[in-house]
Design a binder for this molecule. Structure first.
Ligand code: AMW
Length: 151
């Protein structure tokens, strides 16, 4: 069964965690290694559309996913980001939290990560040629899935 992410249909092979109300997938165009996404299963557009139990689950999953990607990608910190609405830079009309492992010197200016997040998937720069292969994404998801199977 495929997962819905806004207008996209996501193959189970690129999803590495599913709970009762949320799922986490690898990114086809990561801004840093280990840049992944956490979404509610219900495809609502805005954060305010989520029920309290969905917010709780989304953030519990975000916390678990952050711990795992920081470890797996040898990060020492995490950037969590949500672009909630078009004027905030949201392109996929389905709530999602960006989770990005950080390490010393990954950006010359630390907050440049927000510029990169803002522009990486915008029209003009986001073409299929710039996406990772399904094989690469599935391999990353398989590696991350292991951490959650052990828990
Ligand atoms: W937003 O600009 O809506 O805050 O972020 C959308 C994110 O989803 C981007 O990081 C983009 O690369 C990612 N993305 C979009 N479509 C897919 C897809 N089919 N599979 C994986 N990641 C995707």
């Amino acid at each position: 069964m495929a997962f819905r992410f806004g207008q996209h249909l996501i193959k189970p092979s690129v999803v590495f965690l599913k709970t009762e109300l949320s799922f986490a997938l690898v990114n086809r165009k990561p801004v840093v290694p280990g840049h992944v996404l956490v979404c509610p299963l219900r495809p609502v557009e805005r954060f305010q559309d989520l029920r309290p139990d969905e917010v709780a689950d989304l953030f519990q999953v975000t916390q678990r996913v952050g711990t795992v990607v920081e470890k797996h990608f040898q990060g020492t910190s995490l950037t969590f980001s949500m672009q909630d609405g078009p004027e905030a830079g949201q392109t996929v009309k389905h709530v999602h939290v960006h989770v990005l492992p950080r390490k010393a010197g990954d950006f010359r200016r630390n907050d440049s990560i927000y510029d990169e997040l803002q522009k990486h998937d915008k029209e003009g720069v986001d073409s299929p040629a710039s996406w990772r292969s399904e094989e690469e994404m599935a391999a990353e998801a398989a590696a991350l899935r292991v951490y959650f199977q052990q828990a």
